[in-house]
Design a protein around this ligand. Structure first.
Ligand code: ADP
Ligand code: MG
Length: 238
């Protein structure tokens, strides 16, 4: 589970076409990175997949089912927001449990999921703390934990590390990559940072002005960039 297909998906805001019709297939279990300069449509594309924006036209399928008209809560996808979206007055446990409490899930099942997520994120000893008593990296892990407990078909990340300092960013990159190896769940990750894309992705989608310039592995893009834009953006010698 976790296959996402975009078929001729287009997005316009009023008269302004931000994403001309595009096709994209995200394979189950893949770590896909959308990369491109600021304003190229990365967030919009992710929000279309999440259901936070309506498509102007086209079809989005999740695990073979037409999800185009489904609200975000019914897509079985979890968007990971930046750590400042945590509730400061709630403990780590309550923050992580929040989506499960909203869904009125059975308490024993909630506890099982919270403990599994805490273990995967090395947060077991911090469940009773509040966000203000955690480091920036720990707070970001809590934000990820809140997504994990939903056991989604895919995780969607929109520049989750952009408000962390440089050293922490490197550590969190590795932690998210490690988590992907543990969970083997599809992850779609948006960044404008080439290094992040090259070090984390199985597959990179390079965007410019809403158009996919190239899709490929980091090595593909490095050795055989399709055009000057990709070569320049990825830092390839060609
Ligand atoms: P990125 O995430 O790559 O920086 P965005 O997806 O946020 O880019 O934005 C792509 C383009 O769409 C930008 O030109 C932006 O101004 C425009 N845009 C995004 N959201 C809206 C909106 N709600 N209304 C109008 N224009 C928008
Ligand atoms: Mg963005």
């Amino acid at each position: 589970m976790g296959r996402i297909q975009l078929k001729q998906v287009k997005k316009a805001f009023g008269d302004v076409v931000v994403i001309p019709p595009l096709d994209l297939e995200i394979v189950d279990g893949e770590f896909v990175v959308f990369v491109g300069p600021s304003g190229c449509g990365k967030s919009t594309l992710l929000r279309l997949i999440a259901g936070l924006e309506d498509t102007t036209s086209g079809v989005i399928e999740i695990d073979g089912e037409d999800a185009t008209a489904l609200p975000p809560a019914k897509r079985r996808l979890a968007m990971v927001f930046q750590s400042y979206a945590l509730y400061p007055h709630m403990t780590v446990r309550k923050n992580i449990a929040f989506p499960l409490r909203m869904a009125k899930m059975d308490q024993a099942e909630q506890d099982r999921r919270i403990e599994a997520a805490a273990k995967a994120l090395n947060l077991t000893d911090y469940l009773h703390r509040r966000p203000g008593q955690l480091s920036g990296g720990q707070r970001q892990r809590v934000a990820i934990g809140r997504a994990i407990v939903r056991e989604p078909a895919a995780f969607l990340f929109d520049e989750p590390l952009s408000n962390l300092d440089a050293a922490l960013r490197v550590g969190m990159r590795m932690e998210i990559s490690e988590l992907h190896k543990k969970l083997k769940t599809t992850m779609v990750y948006v960044t404008h940072d080439q290094v992040e894309a090259m070090t984390m992705a199985d597959k990179i989608v390079v965007l410019q002005a809403g158009v996919i310039e190239q899709v490929g592995s980091p090595l593909d893009l490095y050795h055989t960039p399709r055009n000057k834009f990709v070569a320049g953006f990825i830092g390839s010698p060609r």
